[in-house]
Design a protein around this ligand. Structure first.
Ligand code: GLU
Length: 425
């Protein structure tokens, strides 16, 4: 056996967890939280690690590792996505679960925060293997999930089909159809209209509000988007509809740039056909690192965490950074962007559209009564605009960043709920 060389670098999961905890502590200082409350809110409530076997197409049995972490359930059932990614580890899932608590609180929907993940390379799995892995993982975490307890949803590399398999697996175990156990399902089994593009749509509502606050005219703005998955592709399409000129788009395989503006319809077509925006004939090739530093008004990091760091933040030229991804900016980078006067719309606010429409889906499932798309969009816009305005008000009153203001709002709501419930026993 080759001896393992210990890495001196902290894992990406450790980096995002440290970051999220430092953001929490900064807000806790400002709120004057006592030590007991502070330690409790820094801790995750439940953490489940599962190792489980999956039969591969070759006949080989492979063991995968997955997690489901509930950070806090004071304001309601735990809520948060499931991601499939080779970088998934317990620290990352802890950090993302904590972000979900703050996200649900900042937009005032009645949930706590959770996250799940399986460490795997989903692109290397066949459809049958993906289904086998999903059904077994769903079974392993059924100790925790349920419509009143903990409700998963899509996240990085998971989608409506995967949610459908989770809903079916859970339903088979309980003996009846339980659509409310997951959100982001296919429409045929209780999914909601408007859920697929909800996160990207919410990002664009946040950008519209930010542009208004800063007195910018979106139809004269340029934008770059990192990531062309569920969030990025919807944000690109909707920003384009708002008249904004998209000049750069990238994904994990590379990026494309056109100073005169990319032809978005052609680009999304190319992405659909080839699985990537890289190699798009209507633009010149750029790297992900170059994309973040483009001379644009609006930058949307909509891929994964730790993208804007102390190493590149000073070269970010955008006036507005709207965090479509969870945790794309480190705290050091935040300070640099703040000093430059960049408005960073923090993840817990900017990308909350996904979980907001998840909430609508769950409400529709519980009531067995479905809403039209107009109602979904109207309610989403109302919550996004209202939450954005509340956060701006705190930001201006306290003279702090949007992130800190969003954290104050969110933590304040969780603490209030805790105080109103009282300490058991
Ligand atoms: N995965 C999404 C997020 O990070 C959506 C979560 C949900 O809808 O529960 O916000």
């Amino acid at each position: 056996m080759t001896p393992m060389t210990p890495s001196l670098q902290p894992s990406e999961g450790r980096v995002i967890l440290d970051n999220v905890l430092r953001q929490f502590n900064r807000a806790a200082d400002r709120l004057g939280l006592d030590q007991g409350m502070r330690v409790w809110l820094q801790s995750t409530k439940r953490e489940l690690t599962v190792h489980f076997p999956v039969r591969m197409d070759s006949g080989e049995i492979r063991t995968f590792t997955g997690f489901r972490v509930q950070h806090n359930i004071t304001r309601g059932p735990a809520k948060g996505g499931i991601r499939y990614h080779p970088m998934v580890d317990l620290d990352e899932v802890r950090a993302l679960a904590m972000l979900m608590t703050w996200k649900c609180a900042v937009v005032n929907i009645p949930y706590g925060g959770a996250k799940g993940g399986v460490c795997c390379e989903p692109k290397a799995l066949s459809l049958r293997e993906l289904e086998g892995l999903t059904r077994r993982y769903a079974t392993e975490i059924s100790l925790l999930i349920g419509p009143d307890k903990d409700i998963p949803a899509p996240d990085v590399n998971t989608n409506a089909q995967i949610m459908g398999w989770i809903m079916d697996t859970y339903s088979m175990h309980v003996g009846y159809s339980a659509p409310g156990v997951v959100t982001g399902k296919p429409l045929s089994i209780g999914g909601s209209l408007g859920r697929a593009d909800a996160t990207g749509r919410g990002v664009v509502y946040a950008i519209i509000s930010a542009a208004k606050t800063l007195g910018l005219d979106l139809s004269r703005c340029t934008a770059a988007v990192q990531g062309c998955g569920n969030v990025g592709s919807a944000a690109i399409r909707l920003l384009n509809e708002e008249g904004c000129k998209l000049v750069g788009v990238s994904d994990s395989a590379g990026g494309t740039y056109n100073a005169r503006g990319l032809d978005i319809k052609a680009l999304l077509g190319h992405n659909g056909r080839t699985g990537s925006v890289a190699g798009f004939p209507g633009g010149e090739a750029i790297t992900n690192a170059q994309l973040l530093e483009l001379p644009v008004d609006i930058l949307v990091p909509a891929a994964i965490e730790n993208q804007i760091t102390a190493a590149n933040a000073a070269r970010v030229q955008a006036r507005i950074v709207a965090e479509g991804a969870n945790g794309p900016t480190t705290m050091e980078a935040d300070a640099i962007l703040d000093a430059r006067g960049t408005m960073v719309i923090p993840d817990i606010l900017a990308n909350a559209g996904g979980v907001i429409v998840s909430y609508f889906e769950w409400v529709q499932n519980l009531q067995e009564f479905f809403w039209g798309e107009e109602r979904i969009r109207g309610e989403l816009e109302r919550i996004m605009r209202g939450s954005f305005n509340q956060v701006v008000e705190i930001q201006q009153r306290e003279g702090i960043s949007m992130r800190e203001a969003a954290y104050l709002q969110a933590i304040g709501r969780v603490v209030q709920a805790h105080q109103d419930r009282g300490l058991y026993p």
